[in-house]
Design a binder for this molecule. Sequence first.
Ligand code: BMA
Length: 385
Amino acid sequence: MLTIMVFVGCRKQNPNDPLADSGRTQRTENLLTNLIAQGDSGVYMFGHHDDTVYGIGWEADYNNDSTIAEKSDVKSVCNDYPAVLSFDLGHIELGADKNLDGVPFKRIKDEIINHFNHGGMITLSWHLNNPLSGGTAWVADSLKNIEKNTVTSILKGGEKHELFLSWLDRVADFLNSLETPYGVRVPVVFRPWHEHTGSWFWWGQDFCTPEQYKKLWEMTVERLKDKDVVNALYAYSPGTEPNGNADQYLERYPGDDIIDVMGLDCYCSAADADTAKVALYTHTLDKNLAMVVKVAKEHHKAAALTETGYEGIKISNWWTEALATVLAKHPISYVLVWRNARERPQHHFAPYPGHSSTTNFIEFYNLEETLFLQDVNGLYLNHNN
Ligand code: BMA
């Protein structure tokens, strides 16, 4: 008798962490289902990048595990943590111990597992270096010719293809290391290749064709799957360049089989308390989010404001009057504001004790539609069972 043995992946089934038919863990699929449902319900989670590792005037002691989630600028203001924590994987590709903003990957991993254990959601961005020039993710004028060839160089047949696969393998190793003591892989929303409709990153609009950009995504997701990553949802997050136009938004969309979350990165660019610029922001956000929410619905995906913020938050009622007013019109699953840089204090997007927007942020916190850590529960449960 001929016995044919088929091995699907190499991960052993774990009764604490069953796999769904998709090959991802059931918890990961539940997270996606619940993100989609959350959008429909008119509530949204609040998120903050690097929230628990540093803030204005402080930095966690990375050598001391008892300081995990000990401090958070958001918590210091409203006595609750963000429901969503975001971290960046930049420099993991180099095999570095710390990410591009100086936070050890070991600490990022511990913060992620801790946040998951408290019921919160995690999203990861990746400001990775340029594999061809050796420069950063950001395009340097002097390197513009090299930037143009970078995506081609890492696709199949390119001179940096093998190198780039080894970079993806380091990402896979990190995602696979996000496991609780019970062997449960922590579901994350992975958001590489963001803001590609602009041309400030080497994977941006001017530096590759739509086909190449889509291939970049295909290669990324295929490799991570091949490396047994079963806990990642994938977010697509263009900037505001499509200007509310769905065709433009979808021009480089890698496909429904690859993407789970359809996002938008949209910033308020006012350098000071400029009400006209804030009005321009709300107008741009409104127009783009209306389109993103519609497209996400048509594609049966979750919608999210994957990055936003007003650097310095110079208008004290910005949270309720600008941000929440627009979000009330467009059902999304979560909104994420960028980091409070301890090394560059003016570069902050969430309030901290003493900031002029704290009172308004507490009003924002108290809105029925905003969800913080104490409000989220069951993100990983299948509510139909
Ligand atoms: C940018 C800035 C940079 C940072 C990068 C990755 O928006 O905050 O200082 O290095 O994000 O976190």
